[in-house]
Design a protein around this ligand. Structure first.
Ligand code: APR
Ligand code: ZN
Length: 262
């Protein structure tokens, strides 16, 4: 396939996805690290994924955090400090669709808070977020802004109250349960959705990765917007292969035009 007809193909698929999105009763989206890749935030898997450089069991597990919290902060620094992460056109397109009452909810696995920074209001953070943190030894509370300043100085956060290094952000570590209420809300939203955009996720980590299946089982349809065809192409009605930051704005423009009857 020459680049020209590849481009036409993707245009046709974006037009088809826009029609499905504009005419859906209750469309939602499910996002993973891939939507933040164009903000400079590294993904977890793939050639230069974070799990190639950091052992997840060391970086983001409760047991190692207890004895060696520095390993987590090295990982966190790389995740959101080095990149100076800010929302990209993909996040902004989803916020625009929600503001125009097309998209109902963003269900995300990401902890980088970029959906909210882009303006999305109804965001379910399955794996929590870096926004708030607590000292595990004395309960002192911290905001991401405070911790970010320390990380940018290449230092490791230390509790102002009891000098412990075990200041843990409210994110889900490996071996930890997902926040019950958030997960229940996400299951409800997925079952209510007649369409789910699955964006930038390898769908490898459960229970999050099982959420698109709930939409399918409830009779809804799935559209995949991802850099590759992923491990479960058969569950998708439509697969738009490419960068979320380039596809989503075009998809949002077309869907908004259709919904306005332009
Ligand atoms: N646009 C769209 N998709 C992209 C882009 C991009 N610019 N760049 C990468 N991708 C795709 C990759 O092809 C891959 O399928 O995004 C996906 C990222 O997959 P992962 O790195 O596995 O991220 P994710 O699915 O969110 O991981 C889920 O695993 O380690 C845990 O808790 C962590 O929340 C994370 C969970
Ligand atoms: Zn403390």
């Amino acid at each position: 396939m020459t680049p020209k007809n590849f481009e036409n193909k993707i245009e046709e698929k974006i037009a088809e996805a826009a029609r499905m999105l504009a005419t859906a009763e209750y469309p939602v989206c499910f996002t993973g690290a891939g939507i933040s890749a164009e903000s400079g935030v590294p993904t977890f898997r793939g050639p230069d994924g974070l799990w190639e450089k950091h052992d997840p069991q060391k970086a983001v597990s409760l047991s190692s955090f207890r004895n060696q919290p520095e390993a987590f902060w090295d990982f966190a620094r790389e995740l959101v400090i080095t990149s100076g992460a800010s929302p990209n056109p993909g996040h902004q397109a989803l916020a625009r669709l929600e503001e125009q009452q097309i998209l109902k909810t963003v269900i995300t696995q990401n902890i980088d808070m970029l959906h909210q920074q882009a303006g999305s209001k109804n965001v379910l953070e399955l794996h929590g977020s870096l926004e708030k943190a607590d000292c595990r030894d004395c309960g002192a509370r911290y905001s991401w802004q405070e911790l970010e300043k320390i990380l940018k100085r290449d230092e490791t956060p230390e509790c102002r109250n009891c000098s412990s290094l075990r200041i843990k952000p409210r994110i889900v570590f490996f071996g930890e349960r997902l926040p019950e209420k958030v997960l229940e809300n996400a299951w409800q939203e997925a079952q209510q959705a007649d369409l789910m955009l699955v964006i930038g996720s390898s769908l490898q980590v459960y229970p999050a990765a099982g959420i698109p299946d709930l939409t399918l089982q409830a009779g809804g349809k799935l559209i995949y917007i991802n850099a590759d065809r992923g491990s479960r192409p058969e569950i998708f009605q439509l697969i738009l292969t490419g960068r979320a930051g380039s596809i989503l704005p075009r998809l949002a423009d077309s869907a908004l035009k259709i919904s306005r009857g332009d």
